[in-house]
Ligand binder design. Structure first.
Ligand SMILES: NC(=O)c1ccc[n+]([C@@H]2O[C@H](COP(=O)([O-])OP(=O)(O)OC[C@H]3O[C@@H](n4cnc5c(N)ncnc54)[C@H](OP(=O)(O)O)[C@@H]3O)[C@@H](O)[C@H]2O)c1
Length: 271
């Protein structure tokens, strides 16, 4: 039996991935999250050990470390899915606090967890999988800046960690999912409406952009496609450095254009 610690296990994507992982019969999953009800649900799956884990708290991570160590001395993988999203302007509202909060969960949470469990991974000849996003490599969209900042940071962290740990033969792999309907994306609709209500400067542009955002977020991709890529990342003898899945086609076309042309395209939206 192989052991994996999974953060963000109580999320919609996390739960789906864990269901597929345990179906293989090869893995025991330490499933981390803060939502007690969802942890209890996860605990009903075979070979899933729910653990209360707040990735912003060293104390919480230490408690989980003790629990994991009571079951195994080594880990075959750590998978980092814990993440939050806030849709906000970069100059209005509580953007500074929101960005700090998001960086703390999406980036520093990953840093804390990987650091604490590194030795167990090293001894187990295991690997690390970090969940980025298409927002981590695509040209940034207006008003999605804070989340984009965190996922660009995840990319830089992941790649630097990969090149550091390759000297110890520990693969570090990133996932770059497109859009999936989850609690995280549902929250974007609410944030978007709140931003339209509260903005002093961007009401017209946000209102005009809403249908496009709705179209992009409305894409009903099957999360099992992500789970399949994750299983590859966890088991391939020679895993790729990154796995893209369900990349947004509309956004992808912007990648073909020079920055200035993308700016013109975004400007044209409000004309
Ligand atoms: N959905 C998408 O379209 C999409 C696209 C690309 C990438 N992603 C990435 O995929 C990952 C999972 O997202 P999702 O869509 O499944 O979102 P979700 O359903 O909202 O799940 C988010 C997960 O993060 C956990 N989390 C949040 N704050 C935490 C904290 N302080 N400590 C520990 N866990 C914490 C939540 O746990 P609790 O609720 O138990 O606290 C939950 O398990 C995220 O990293 C996200 O950025 C999502």
């Amino acid at each position: 039996m192989k052991y994996v610690l999974f953060t963000g296990a109580t999320g919609d994507l996390g739960r789906c991935c864990i269901e597929e992982i345990v179906k293989t019969g090869d893995w025991t999953v330490f499933a981390g999250g803060t939502n007690k009800e969802k942890l209890a649900q996860l605990g009903k799956l075979p070979n899933v050990i729910p653990v209360e884990l707040d990735v912003t708290s060293e104390e919480s991570i230490e408690n989980v470390y003790r629990t994991v160590r009571s079951h195994t001395y080594t880990l075959d993988a750590v998978v980092n899915f814990a993440g939050i999203h806030t849709f906000t302007s970069l100059v209005e509202g509580n953007c500074v606090q929101e960005i700090e909060k998001m960086l703390n969960v999406n980036v520093m949470g990953m840093v804390r967890v990987n650091k604490r469990f590194f030795e167990m991974i090293r001894i187990g000849h295991g690997r690390i999988v970090n969940c980025s996003s298409e927002s981590g490599w695509m040209t940034p969209q207006p008003f999605n800046g804070p989340y984009t900042m965190t996922k660009y940071a995840v990319e830089a962290y992941n790649d630097s960690l990969r090149r550091e740990l390759m000297y110890l033969d520990i693969p570090v792999i990133k996932l770059q999912p497109g859009s999936f309907k989850t609690q995280l994306t549902n929250k974007i609709y609410r944030d978007f409406d709140a931003a339209i209500e509260s903005t002093n400067y961007f009401r017209n542009i946000l209102t005009t952009m809403k249908p496009m955002m709705t179209m992009e977020l409305g894409l009903d991709h099957d999360p099992k496609k992500l789970a399949k890529k994750l299983l590859l990342a966890l088991t391939a003898k020679l895993p790729r450095t990154k796995y893209k899945v369900c990349t947004g086609k509309l956004l992808m076309t912007l990648e073909l254009l020079p920055d200035k042309v993308v700016d013109v395209a975004y400007r044209a939206i409000v004309r």
